[in-house]
Design a protein around this ligand. Sequence first.
Ligand SMILES: Nc1ncnc2c1ncn2[C@@H]1O[C@H](COP(=O)(O)OP(=O)(O)OP(=O)(O)O)[C@@H](O)[C@H]1O
Length: 224
Amino acid sequence: MSLELKGVRKSYTEPDGTKLPILDVEHFALEKGEQVVLVGESGGGKTTLLNVISGITQADAGTIAVDGYDLTGMMEVKRDRFRAERIGFVFQTFNLLDAFTALENVMLGMSFAGNTGGKKVAQELLERVGLGHRLHHRPGTLSVGEQQRVAVARSLANQPSLLLADEPTANVDVKNQELVLKLIRDACSERNVSLLLVTHSLDVAGQFERTERLGDFNKPGGSK
Ligand SMILES: Nc1ncnc2c1ncn2[C@@H]1O[C@H](COP(=O)(O)OP(=O)(O)OP(=O)(O)O)[C@@H](O)[C@H]1O
């Protein structure tokens, strides 16, 4: 199993102190190499779910296992490193660092995970996403579609076993949407990376064999 969530709960606390339950997932799992699209209503908690898996947000309860290792049972330093090594992330807004070139953006994530063989691998990844001629451009001098392709290259730099993609095609034009989606899916297939991708697009969702509606397995407030 590439990813397995059991009993994962997350609430936010509103300014007046009341709890706002967002996640209550009894069980959710991805097989190794599986590609799953996640759909659901706006505000339902899709981003929160990805953030809890990636560790951007701390879950209140439950276990989150990646490649059979329970992240919630690890010490913080080990957990951060494990995540950096095993989980790649593509965001809707790319999250590239403006002061650095495309090549440096890809390399920076690699050094964080202790991957020092950097430059050649980063260059190959950028070539793989069609940006071999843009290695030394900063994000502000790249087109939007090119920026998302840099982000895709960066997400794969540590050879993750799981890729989380949150609306990766929402901010790129139609032509680039197909390109970015194909790049993500092909790269995951080639490397046997599991993919969990959030989208609002029915076009995108329709291309996946497995589509999950968050509301079908997430029952916030049900176990209060
Ligand atoms: N830090 C926070 N504090 C309080 N409430 C939050 C916080 N982050 C998110 N929320 C609320 O949690 C709910 C779930 O948000 P989330 O972004 O996970 O939904 P989503 O399914 O990704 O939505 P969308 O499809 O619109 O992007 C929303 O109602 C949001 O307002």
